[in-house]
Design a protein around this ligand. Structure first.
Ligand SMILES: Cc1cc2nc3c(=O)[nH]c(=O)nc-3n(C[C@H](O)[C@H](O)[C@H](O)COP(=O)(O)O)c2cc1C
Length: 365
């Protein structure tokens, strides 16, 4: 499961794991949304709660969670890596993918991709120190990297890959879009495939981007059968049963989605509404659920607002958003309070069948 700030916090991850991964380990790894590393400042309490080991075990301790760190300074990175190691984590992930301007303008996330020399120095300092610690009997910590293929231009990918391949990156997760592209258009599957051809023998490569249904997954794995893995983001939030469907052919049912949503709502109620937990309140709770419905709405329409939300190439027609069931989805997304939210969700499940998400990828050939 991809890290998604504001979406895949520990409550979501635990609930998802209980319903759709569990002992079958359908999901190999859950990545946490990024934690900001700063040398002087402690973790924010929200970030700490999200990565505390006791919040990340799953029902029987079988959930594998990888915390993600955002920084462009090796001293901050190593400090935070030490904090994570102290909590018992043995694998951490570096965020080189975030395209949000407030992050990239500081040269962090995918903003760091603009400075290959500094990036190379950073990786050298971090991996050397991790190596040194492991060699001197300290903890062994694997560092994976999640990246885009460039800042401005997909052609930057070649130079970036030459950098990454010089280090013991435990796995390289690539979202084949540039920072500038944000989430628009289709991912450059062809660029990923070129990288795969050249580097798959040397490093674990993970594909990430626009896998919204089984068909998208089949396309990627048919192009690259020996791929080490895929990371699922928006597609998995839209269809929480997507990974299970891919692994077992067992598709999510409306009843499963309904009980999953109810369990999430109940868990968020404990977080946001119980006394002594501050008064984030009902509005935050409702907003949190509505954000999920931004994605899950796609499952009912078959018309794919995810695909529709990305810019269609010129001349291509995309189906409308939310198909015939727009009213019910809209009511969920418009709900101003908990009562309206719960009643809109009831109406949605009573009236709308699940149809599955539209394709997110198209065959590059
Ligand atoms: C709302 C949102 C929040 C995200 N937060 C993070 C994050 O904290 N760290 C990160 O590496 N990527 C983040 N991403 C990027 C996703 O992990 C993923 O790379 C991207 O959505 C493409 O994959 P997908 O097409 O499967 O969704 C975020 C994406 C979205 C839409």
């Amino acid at each position: 499961m991809a890290p998604m700030e504001g979406v895949t916090g520990y409550i979501y991850r635990n609930t998802h794991h209980a319903f759709f991964s569990g002992q079958d380990k359908i999901i190999d790894k859950y990545f946490t949304p990024f934690v900001v590393a700063t040398y002087t400042r402690e973790l924010k309490s929200r970030e700490r709660i999200d990565i505390l080991p006791e919040n990340n075990r799953g029902l029987n301790g079988e959930m594998h969670v990888v915390p993600q760190i955002l920084t462009n300074r090796s001293d901050e990175m190593l400090h935070m890596a030490g904090v994570m190691a102290g909590m018992g984590y043995r694998e951490i992930n570096l965020n080189l993918g975030c395209p949000v301007r407030t992050v990239t303008s500081k040269g962090k996330g995918s903003g760091f991709l603009q400075y290959p020399e500094a990036l190379s120095r950073f990786l050298d300092e971090v991996y050397s120190e991790l190596d040194r610690k492991a060699a001197s009997g300290g903890e062994t910590l694997c560092l994976s990297v999640k990246t885009r293929i460039g800042f401005e231009n997909p052609e930057e990918a070649a130079a970036l890959m030459r950098i990454f391949s010089q280090f013991p990156v435990s796995e390289l997760i690539i979202h084949p879009r540039t920072t500038k592209e944000g989430y628009a258009g289709f991912p450059h599957v062809d660029v990923f495939a070129d990288i795969f051809r050249e580097y798959a023998g040397r490093m674990r490569l993970i594909y990430n981007g626009n896998i919204f249904n089984g068909h998208d997954y089949a396309l990627i794995t048919s192009l690259m059968p020996s791929l080490s893995g895929v990371m699922l983001g928006r597609g998995l939030i839209s269809d929480p049963g997507l990974a299970r469907f891919i692994r077992t052919g067992n598709a999510i049912t409306a009843e499963e989605l309904r009980t999953f949503c109810q369990a999430l709502l109940d868990a968020y109620k404990v977080e946001y509404l119980s006394p002594g937990r501050g008064s984030a309140g009902e509005q935050v709770l409702v907003n949190r659920m509505k954000e999920l419905w931004f994605y899950m709405g796609n499952l009912f329409s078959g018309s794919g607002s995810l695909a529709a939300g990305t810019k269609a190439p010129e001349g291509e027609k995309r189906p409308g958003v939310y198909g015939d069931f727009s009213l019910h989805i809209k009511n969920v997304r418009k709900a101003g309070n908990l009562r309206d939210y719960e009643s809109a969700v009831r109406m949605l499940f009573a009236n709308c069948p699940i149809t599955g998400c539209a394709d997110g990828l198209k065959d590059p050939s």
